[in-house]
Design a protein around this ligand. Sequence first.
Ligand SMILES: [Zn+2]
Length: 437
Amino acid sequence: MPSRARKAPERTAGTTPCRFCGSNNTHIMVDLGMSPLCESYLTLNQLDQMEPFYPLCAVVCPECMLAQIPAYVPVDEIFTEYAYFSSYSSSWVEHARRYCERMHEEFRLGPDSLVLELASNDGYLLQHFVARGVPVLGIEPAANVARVAETRGVPTLTEFFGTDLAIRLAAEGRRADLVTANNVLAQVPDLNDFVAGIKLILKPDGVATVEYPHLQRLIEGNQFDTIYHEHFSYFSLLTSVRIFQAHGLTGFDVEELPTHGGSLRLYVEHAEYPGRAISGRVADLLARERAAGMDDLLYYSSFGHRVEEIKHSLLELLIGARREGRSVVGYGAPGKGNTLLNFCGIRTDLLAYTVDRNPYKQGRFLPGTHIPIYHPDRITETRPDYILILPWNLRSEIVDQLAYVREWGARFIVPIPHPEVFVEKPTEPIASGGVTQ
Ligand SMILES: [Zn+2]
């Protein structure tokens, strides 16, 4: 078989220009076919209705190397009622607590400061600043989670963030000492307007920290299931530094985090602010990304073929188990699980049900595949032979929680980075072990 590894990816058939630089020359990174919105969990009544499916084809721009999904879905169809409550993941809340503690100390935040969080969800993070007496403001477009934040004492505006809102807040004298944007940069359709808004809302010596999944980890870890319609952009450090630079913001430090299968936390400040030295970690990671080839289109070319391989071997495994008369169920109902199950065509014939700790999801059905979601107790009641862990980034935590299934000899399956069956907790700490979804 001829090697396809050095072949450049195909030009995109669609006509959507690059979200950052406007180039019309984007190339296909991976085509995941047609998929429903991965956070649209269905109620029993909705099962008999038509369900919208949208193309899910990730492309890469050869000019700026931004990997992206064209905005196939109108934004107001995605974010009005969001099923994900950050507080249901204990490790994510802990991640947020440690972050607040560090920022509070490092940037000397006090009663005269303002911390602004973009996409503040249910207040899981800002509550820690509130507890320290630091004034906060959350911005969260999903009304249902914003309401929960308010009950926690976290003042929250139910709006999308961009230059319009930034100008309004700045005019009211509400500019921020710290802007926190965790796992939102990837989800904004108008990337340039969002970053320009950060520039406008920061005080002269203010700092913004921006967390987003690291594209290098996604590609090298085969994490194709973290590609979904709600995630419009996928960043290397090279590309993100370019984007912030274009808006007058300098990346002065970066940390590599285990969250979401491997994320970056980029610290930015006004380019004209002379205060802080640029950390060696920035140059170091930029050099590593260049060495890996991330500034070359060829780097992105083999990803689609590896993704097909994973689909085929996962299906072989599940079909084999079913042919032997074994029962297979899922654990978790994260957004990424829906990309995986829809792309692989896994429905109730291969995966009888899944369970989730989030009561919002219990009693509902996964979009597209219509796999039912139950309370985790269902596993004890039905004693399945195999448990497919959909939030594979929480693998260790979940295997600990499910230690009791060994009683009847159940085995675990993880799909990513390669489909794998195992019984015991791995002895090696896995790089992707982290937080949420
Ligand atoms: Zn571009």
